[in-house]
Every structure is written in C-alpha cells, then in structure tokens.
Design a protein around this ligand. Structure first.
Ligand SMILES: Nc1ncnc2c1ncn2[C@@H]1O[C@H](COP(=O)(O)OP(=O)(O)OP(=O)(O)O)[C@@H](O)[C@H]1O
Ligand SMILES: Nc1ccn([C@H]2C[C@H](O)[C@@H](COP(=O)(O)O)O2)c(=O)n1
Length: 225
C-alpha cells in the first residue's frame, strides 16, 4: 500500500529552505511531513544525553534504534514541536551544535540503516512531503516528485543568522558561514547517502527568491493536486 502513496521529496543543503517550504507545501496539500534532519538531530542529542561518543557507530546506532521521537504538528505550516524520549527538545534541536552533531552521526552507515524504516513509515495517505539530504536518492527513490533546493552559502548563513537572532541566540555571521560550509562539505563528501540531487530532481536556486515564490514553483510541479 505504502508505495501507492504519493511522495514529494525536497532535498538540499542546510539553510536552503527545505523545512520551511516543505511544511508550507504539505499544509497546502493536506499531506504528512517528514523532517528527516530532526531524526538525525534527535539521535545526536539522545546520544549526547547518554554520554555516548558520537564516533562510536555501534552505540550511536543502538541509540538510533531506541530513541523515541514524536512530532507535534504545528498549525498552518508552523514548525512542529519535537519530543525526544519524552522531553520537549524543539529549541535545543535547532541549535547549530545539534546540526553539527547530526551531521557527524549521519556519516555512520549503521545509524542511517537504523533510521531507514522509521523514515519510510511516514509514507501514509493521502501523501508525504519529505525533506532531507537523501530523500530522493535513497529513502524514496520512487517518489513521484523530487526537488533539490539550493541558495548561495552567504544567503543561507544570513537566513540562519536572522532565524537564530529572532530566537534570542547569540551568533556571528562569520561563524555561521564557516559552520554551514563545514556541514555542506561533510554531508556531500561522506561515503554513504551523500547530499546530492537525484537525477530526476528539479533544481530550484532560491537565492533572492521570496518564500511564497518558492512554494508556488514547487506546487506548480504537482499538476494533479
Ligand atoms: N526563500 C527564502 N527566502 C528567505 N528566507 C528563507 C527562504 N527559505 C527559507 N528561509 C528562512 O531561512 C531560514 C532557514 O530555513 P529552513 O530551516 O527552512 O532551512 P533548511 O534547509 O530546512 O535548513 P536545515 O537543513 O539546517 O534544517 C528560516 O528562518 C526560513 O524562514
Ligand atoms: N536525510 C538526511 C537528513 C539530515 N541528515 C544529516 C545531515 C545534516 O547536516 C544533519 C541535520 O539536518 P537538517 O536538520 O539540517 O536538515 O542531519 C542526513 O544525513 N540525511
């Protein structure tokens, strides 16, 4: 049954707008939403809570198997709250340190394997919008629609700067740009499921494009909606 459920995959580097666009598009379509990055972030966090060394593949994978992650859907495309092992980790998960930890554990094949079925289980009627790095290449290669979002690293750092400042987090633009470039390199250069567009993905460069324009371009790819 699951394979008959339509999927739209939205992959891309950090700050390209995957989460924002995916939530708005899912809301417009009335489809489910998978934030796969939040799963990796949650496992990194749960491993840190248990004082597991993030390079210890066996123990981090065991952590990925047993970590309970629940999303409490936000209204109208708002960010969902993420509950990790019973604790509200929404704020902590959005920090750049959580992104870096997620990126490190995401390079471990055993961790990716442990999260495979959890991600595919989100494919439920009437449809799924899935955002991440390997949604179109590995997790849902048969997806009906695939998008790869990009934006210049400078614009992505500025977006993240504004986002974190609005949340009251103290950061510098230079520091964020360095972190984004380091994360891009790690995600794109890893041996397993690296960040790359699926061959059949439509690429959208969002540099200078307002959010509603990106949403409109993505929705235009689904003529049957
Ligand atoms: N086209 C856009 N123009 C301006 N700002 C945008 C655009 N798309 C997203 N943003 C803003 O950029 C910030 C980062 O967006 P978002 O979290 O969706 O990116 P992401 O690709 O999911 O990042 P990550 O992979 O790190 O989770 C948010 O504050 C969002 O509102
Ligand atoms: N499908 C995915 C999703 C995420 N990751 C890793 C790599 C990212 O740097 C990190 C955090 O993701 P984000 O929340 O920024 O989208 O998690 C991955 O390898 N594969």
């Amino acid at each position: 049954m699951a394979k008959t459920v339509p999927v739209l995959t939205i992959d891309g580097p950090s700050g390209s707008g995957k989460g924002t666009i995916s939530r708005l598009v899912a809301n417009r379509l009335g489809w489910h939403y998978l934030d796969s990055g939040a799963l990796y972030r949650a496992v990194g966090l749960a491993a840190a809570w248990s004082q597991v060394d993030l390079s210890d593949a066996e123990h981090v994978a065991a952590c990925a198997e047993r970590t309970e992650i629940h999303f409490e859907t936000g209204e109208g495309g708002a960010e969902p709250r993420v509950i990790v092992n019973g604790k509200d980790a929404t704020h902590q998960l959005r920090m750049e340190t959580a992104g870096a930890a997620a990126s490190a554990i995401a390079a471990l094949p055993a961790v990716r394997e442990a999260l495979l079925d959890k991600q595919r289980a989100f494919r439920q009627p009437p449809g799924l919008v899935a955002d991440g790095r390997d949604m179109g290449t590995v997790i849902f290669p048969d997806a009906r629609h695939k998008v790869f979002l990009t934006a210049s690293a400078e614009e992505r750092a500025e977006r993240r700067y504004k986002q974190l400042k609005d949340k009251g987090v103290s950061v510098t633009l230079d520091g964020l740009l360095r972190e984004i470039l380091a994360r891009d390199a790690r995600d794109a250069e890893r041996a397993v499921a690296p960040l790359r567009p699926a061959e059949d993905a439509v690429r959208i460069d969002t540099t200078g494009l307002p959010i509603d324009e990106v949403v409109a371009r993505v929705l235009a790819l689904l003529p049957e909606r």
